[in-house]
Structure formats: C-alpha cells, structure tokens
Ligand binder design. Structure first.
Ligand code: LMR
Length: 401
C-alpha cells in the first residue's frame, strides 16, 4: 500500500517550534528571537538552574536502576506535584481526591487528558479561549474532540472581557470541556483575577462543564503559591477538573519533558477509578514516562533546602520577566509608538500580545530579523538591553506603514 496521498503534501511548519527552526537557520547576526516560550537571561542563554544541577548530581550518584517506571510515574514525584498545586494540608490532597500521573511535559498531559476523556466519555466538545496557545487546537482536534472557542480579550486586546467569556461559556452544553490557563495566559499574559475565577467556577458548576487547567507557567506570574489560586478556587467550588502541569519553564527542564496530569474528583474513590483509565491512555500511547527529569523535580521538591533554593531561582526568572515588561513599555512609550502599551506592564508570565496582525509580524521577521509568534506574541524574557532598541525601531517601522 502506498502512503496516503495527503501525507505527500507537506504540512506547514509548526507555528511556534517551526519559528525556532527558521530562527536557527537565519544567518543575520542582528536577529532577535522573541518567539518560542523559553526563558533566556540577559546574555540570551537558557540557564540550567543551580538547584537542578545539584539534584541531578544526587540522582546520578544514587545510580538508580533504569528499569521501567510505573505507568503513572514515580510515586514520590506524583506526591510532590500535588504540593505545588495545593496549599499544605489542603483537603483535596489529604482526602486523596486529587490523583496525579507523571507525563512527558505539559503537552503530554493535555494529550493524555484528551485521550482519557474520549476513551471514557465518547465524543466531546472542548472550548478554548480565543486566542490560545496554537497547539491546543490541533491537539484536541486530532485527539477527536470538536473545538469551539470563547472570547477572551476586550476590543482593546489588552484586557480580559470576563462578561463575554462567561456569557459564551453559559451556552456550553453539560459535559463540555473548557480549557483554562491556570496563570500567565498564553499568548496574552492576561489572567482573570480571583473574583473572576470564582465566577468561572460558578458557570462551570451551573453548566456541568469539565475544566482542564493548562498550568505551564506556575511561578512566572505572582509566585508559586499565588499562581495556583485558580486551582484552589476550582477545588473549593467542588468541581471535578483536570490540571496539566508543565515543569519545562519553572524548572528550565524543557528538553527533559517533565509534566503531570492531576485529576481532582469529588472523592478518592472517583479519583482512583479515573486514574486506572489514565493508565490505559498512557500505556497505549508511550507506555510509561521517562525518569530523569521527574527524578530531578522530585529531588528538589522533597528536600526543603533545595526547594527553597529553587523558589529563589524561580523568583529570579519572574523578576527578570517583570523588569523586561517595564523596560519594554517604557521604550515603546519613549519612542512614541502608536498604541496602548501601558497594560502590558502589569500582565503576567512570559508573553505579551502586541496585536500586530500577521502581515506586520511577517515583515518584522523578513526585514528586521525580529521573530514573534502569530499576531505578535512576544516572549518578554527574550528582550535584552542590547536588542531592545532594535526591537522598538523595527516595531516603529512596521507600525508606521
Ligand atoms: C510556547 O508557547 O512557546 C511554549 O509553550 C513552547 C511550545 O511548546 O509551544
């Protein structure tokens, strides 16, 4: 049998990782990478966190066997993940109604979540914010879900339109899945405040929706515990929901693919039963998770001193991102660029959405070697004192036309 004819028609490059390849291939020395969501320091490097190096040394010295992990991952790691999601002593943990499986990154968690839901509940509709991380669309569609969108930003493109968001979600059907960004919304940097999270939880409860919380930037917004306020609100509202954690960013373990899927159910029996189906979703896909990155995360989270070091390192990344936001807004204002930039200063996480439109983004890349995603998503961490003037000049040029 020949390959399907569609397989011979090359697919477009990935809207984010494809840009990373294009950037690597770009010979211009002046190029600036503000595309893929990877933290970089002032020298443009993605550092390995000192806590990670210490933990890795310990893991290697311990010389543990490389036999298969359990399908749902390392028990100590699974417990440790819950200490990041919930305040100490939280009843969702003590009652056993939060069950965690280790997954390869946050993307792996999302795909396992989708497979688990389809496997156990038949066809489903999933609601995504408009805009959202581009991979959400294809991930849920290819898993077999029907994708719908709910509005997210107001007409300025700088603030949440909570009424529009909640109004649309009130039209969702019972059993529909709604993807929420736990903190540091990707690509907008615009998060609901705690009172809006309560309203979201109310609508989800009223309409019997099942939230999937995509939680890839914990600690990059207001702090590790503060960023988990969204999870606390959903748990407090008595909802059942799923959390997809990624430790790519906050542990800078991108290439190790470390993540987790946590099922928060009404009680421990329901959570445990659901986990048995998650095991099938995992076993039929990649069998069982890779060990190394999860061992590092577990080692850090389970050693109070190392955990404290890591929290300081996360705070350092957060503060660089915040400083960059301020410097960016100041520079845009000083250059007199047309547009409302001030709200970007108070947004959260790595991303700011400039709302430039695809043509201007393309011009920035082609003419100036400044790489952004989609309609102008900027990885704020990628700005440096050296490249900032060039980025602002390039923006001035494309905004002038
Ligand atoms: C991003 O949005 O740039 C990151 O989450 C990396 C990715 O996998 O797309």
């Amino acid at each position: 049998m020949p390959l399907p004819s569609r397989a011979l028609d090359p697919a477009p490059p990935d809207p984010i990782l494809g840009l990373a390849e294009a950037f690597r291939a770009d010979p211009r020395e002046s190029k600036v990478n503000l595309a893929v969501g990877v933290f970089v320091d002032e020298t443009g490097r993605t550092p390995v966190l000192p806590s990670v190096l210490t933990a890795e040394r310990r893991v290697l010295e311990a010389g543990a066997s490389r036999t298969y992990l359990p399908i749902e991952g390392r028990p100590g790691y699974r417990d440790a993940v819950r200490t990041l999601l919930f305040a100490p002593g939280h009843e969702a943990v003590t009652s056993g109604r939060a069950a965690t499986a280790q997954t390869p990154g946050g993307t792996g968690a999302l795909r396992v979540a989708a497979d688990f839901l389809l496997q156990t509940g038949g066809p489903r509709t999933v609601w995504l914010s408009q805009p959202t991380w581009p991979n959400h669309q294809q991930l849920f569609r290819l898993a077999g879900m029907a994708v719908r969108t709910y509005p997210y930003l107001d007409a300025t493109g700088r603030r949440l339109d909570a009424d529009a968001m909640l109004g649309e979600l009130r039209d969702a059907a019972p059993g529909d899945v709604v993807v929420l960004h736990g903190s540091c919304h990707n690509p907008t940097g615009v998060d609901p405040d705690v009172s809006t999270w309560h309203e979201i939880a109310e609508v989800a409860a009223e309409r019997s929706l099942l939230p999937i919380v995509d939680f890839a930037y914990q600690g990059f917004g207001d702090g590790i515990a503060d960023d988990a306020a969204s999870i606390g609100v959903l748990a407090g509202a008595g909802l059942e929901f799923l959390v997809c954690s990624s430790f790519s960013k906050n542990f800078a373990l991108y290439a190790e693919r470390v993540g987790a899927l946590t099922i928060v159910a009404q009680d421990a029996a329901r959570a445990d039963a659901a986990l048995t189906h998650v095991r099938i979703a995992i076993r039929s896909n990649y069998s069982n998770p890779p060990a190394h990155g999860a061992q590092i995360v577990e080692t850090i989270l389970c050693d109070p001193a190392l955990r404290a070091d890591w929290e300081v390192e996360v705070a350092g990344m957060r503060s660089r991102i915040r400083g960059n936001r301020g410097a960016f807004v100041d520079a845009l204002g000083a250059a007199g660029l047309p547009g409302e930039w001030e709200p970007l200063r108070g947004q959260r996480g790595m991303f700011a959405l400039l709302g430039l439109g695809a043509e201007r983004v393309e011009r920035l890349r082609r003419e100036f070697g400044v790489y952004m995603v989609g309609a102008g998503r900027v990885n704020v961490a990628g700005l440096t004192q050296e490249n900032l003037p060039r980025v602002v000049e390039s923006l001035a040029a494309v905004l002038a036309s």
